[in-house]
Design a protein around this ligand. Structure first.
Ligand code: SF4
Length: 408
């Protein structure tokens, strides 16, 4: 019989205030939400609509856009309208820095069309203006009934707070190292801003916090601390994670540790796509991270061996890719017609050494012939050998068997 996967059911999620972001719940023990961000010029409505729709189709449950000038603020309601006409209901988040208070004042339709405002407390102004402008942003959130993410970032740390903490540190009998002082500045920036927002009148269940850094160990330390010191819902992400595999590995390493400890209510993988890779790659990686760690299921997972000297060709690797692409492509349809298909496990293996065993653990698996083996590929369904495929059409026949299995 297929081996049931160890799931995250036993994980104890941190108790946080649930936040409703345009109908998507973040926090309060709800499943961890996947979000992403566009890299188009927001003022270019057609390109932005296209990319938001692509990200949503790939599985992004929230999409953030830069709102940095009057043109982009004016574009937001048009983007929302076009997405609605296309049947793309994904909530949009506006990313504001420096001039958010002015843009929201000038474009009420933008303030209304967005489902959440992201505010970076290090980038809302300086000196006396900082409190005033931060207060204005929060008042817009209250007026338009929107949640806010207070998102502190290592790269735009509130310098006056950092200087104040450096001063305080120099008075300590046992001073902290500089890294710890900066981490504390980041955490305090997020927490103090959240408390200020609450004082102004924003309810706690309309606030999400984040405090992003680009180092794995620093991120883990910051979020463990943040989680201990508040009950706000937390957005996780390793900022500026990097390009390609480095970004994927670093993000996964940091986020997996935190989520294993129940920390994190929504995630973004801040990936710099490799040339030729679509923006949607970050959504796939986020989903795979949640699925491989047993928290959520999005698409059937394919177990495949790496191949070795026992394999006669790379056919099984190609087959694994064909199978993964096939089930991923089918999921939007299966989600509606065959809910639960996303929990299915598949195996594509290269020889008899681990092939039959691994295939038996899966719902449906195939063991291709290795060096010296007869040219036959046994297929296992629910732990039993069901039939053997041979010849040139193994890929098509195996894919058809998967479809039949889902249908059945
Ligand atoms: Fe090599 Fe066979 Fe193991 Fe695949 S299952 S890695 S082909 S020994």
């Amino acid at each position: 019989r297929p081996t049931p996967p160890a799931t995250a059911a036993a994980w104890s999620r941190r108790d946080t205030h649930p936040v409703n972001i345009g109908g998507i719940w973040v926090g309060g023990g709800k499943p961890v939400v996947v979000q992403s961000m566009t890299n188009t010029d927001t003022a270019d409505v057609a390109s932005s609509v296209r990319q938001v729709a692509d990200l949503w189709r790939a599985g992004s449950e929230l999409v953030r856009l830069t709102v940095n000038n009057p043109e982009s603020a004016a574009a937001i309601p048009r983007i929302r309208e076009k997405l609605d006409m296309m049947g793309v209901p994904v909530p949009l988040i506006g990313d504001f820095h420096y001039n958010g208070h002015q843009l929201l004042a000038a474009e009420p339709a933008c303030a209304q069309a967005l489902s959440k405002y992201r505010i970076n407390p290090g980038n809302v102004g300086f000196g006396r203006k900082k409190d005033l402008q931060f207060g204005q942003l929060i008042e817009f959130a209250i007026r338009y009934d929107k949640p806010v993410r207070i998102g502190a970032n290592w790269g735009s740390l509130d310098q006056s707070l950092a200087a104040q903490l450096m001063d305080e540190n120099s008075q300590r009998a046992d001073p902290w190292d500089a890294g710890r002082v900066l981490r504390e500045a980041l955490i305090r920036s997020a927490l103090d801003s959240a408390e200020k927002a609450v004082e102004i009148g924003l309810p706690r269940d309309r606030i999400v916090l984040s405090a992003k850094v680009s180092g794995v160990q620093e991120l883990i330390a910051v979020y463990r601390d943040l989680a201990q010191r508040s009950q706000f819902a937390l957005h996780l992400g390793l900022t500026e994670a990097g390009i390609g595999s480095k970004g994927i590995v670093a993000s996964s390493a940091a986020l997996a540790v935190l989520m294993q400890e129940g920390i994190g209510d929504t995630i973004r993988i801040s990936l710099t796509p490799e040339p030729g890779q679509p923006r949607t790659q970050e959504v796939i990686v986020a989903q795979e991270l949640l699925q491989t760690t047993g928290q959520r299921a999005f698409t059937p997972m394919v177990t495949a061996c790496p191949g070795c000297g026992r394999t006669t060709s790379e056919f099984f690797q190609e087959l694994a890719k064909v199978v993964q692409n096939h089930v991923r492509g089918k999921m939007p349809e299966w989600k509606i017609s065959h809910p639960g298909a996303e929990n299915m496990t598949l195996a594509v293996m290269g020889c008899v050494v681990n092939g039959p065993g691994e295939s038996r653990h899966a719902n449906i698996g195939i063991s291709l012939p290795g060096t010296g083996e007869a040219p036959a590929a046994p297929v296992f369904v629910d732990g039993e050998k069901k039939l053997t495929l041979r010849g040139d059409n193994i890929a098509q026949e195996f894919v058809a068997l998967i479809d039949e299995y889902v249908e059945a």
